[in-house]
Write a new protein. Structure first.
Length: 176
C-alpha cells in the first residue's frame, strides 16, 4: 500500500533491505570470507541442520518447504551466495507464498501446500501448517517476498559460512 509505505517512511525512514549494488557488495564480501579458508563438511552439516533444514532438503535430510538443494546448482558459488543474500531476487513459481487476509482481520502468509473446495493449507518458514477455511478468506494474493529470511546469512560467522558451503558443495557419497 503506497500510502502506508509513505507513512512508515515518514516516521521510521526507508525500510529497504539494500540496493542491488549493496547486495552485490555483500555477495563479494561473503565470497572473500569463503576464499579465506576451507570448511569442514561435518560441521557444515550441523550448520545446515540448524539454519537451513527447516525449509530445504539436502541428500534426503530436511524439509521440502523450499527447493531441494540436492538438485540445485550447488557448485555455482555465486548463484548460491546471491540466493542467500537476496532470496527475493528469484522465486520459482512453485515456491511463491500467498498472503491471506481473513474475515476476522488476521493476516496469514505461507506456501500453499493443499487446497480443497473447502480449505487451503499453508506452511510457513518454520514448517508450521495453518489450515484456513475458504469461507473465512476475505482476500488472497501472491507475495513478492520469499519465505526465506533475507538476513539469515548474518547469523553465520565466516567459519560457519565456510563449513556450510563445504557441506552444500559436497557430493552425497562424501557425506559423513
Amino acid at each position: 500500500d503506497p500510502a502506508l509505505d509513505a507513512l512508515v517512511a515518514k516516521h521510521w525512514g526507508k525500510l529497504d533491505k539494500g540496493s542491488r549494488e549493496e547486495k552485490l557488495a555483500e555477495v563479494r564480501r561473503l565470497n572473500n570470507d569463503l576464499n579465506a579458508g576451507t570448511g569442514n563438511e561435518v560441521i557444515g552439516k550441523a550448520v545446515f541442520s540448524k539454519h537451513c533444514a527447516n525449509c530445504h532438503q539436502l541428500f534426503g535430510q530436511g524439509n521440502k518447504v523450499g527447493p531441494d538443494l540436492t538438485t540445485a546448482n550447488r557448485q555455482d558459488r555465486s548463484f548460491m551466495l546471491q540466493s542467500l543474500v537476496d532470496p527475493n531476487s528469484t522465486i520459482r513459481r512453485e515456491y511463491v507464498s500467498v498472503i491471506i487476509q481473513t474475515r476476522d482481520g488476521r493476516v496469514i502468509t505461507g506456501l500453499p501446500i493443499t487446497k480443497t473446495d473447502r480449505e487451503i493449507t499453508l506452511v510457513n518458514a518454520k514448517n508450521e501448517r495453518t489450515m484456513v477455511p475458504l469461507a473465512n478468506i476475505e482476500d488472497i494474493r501472491d507475495s513478492q517476498i520469499s519465505l526465506m529470511p533475507e538476513d539469515l546469512y548474518r547469523q553465520l560467522s565466516p567459519t560457519e559460512l565456510r563449513d556450510l558451503f563445504a557441506y552444500l558443495q559436497s557430493k552425497k557419497e562424501d557425506q559423513p
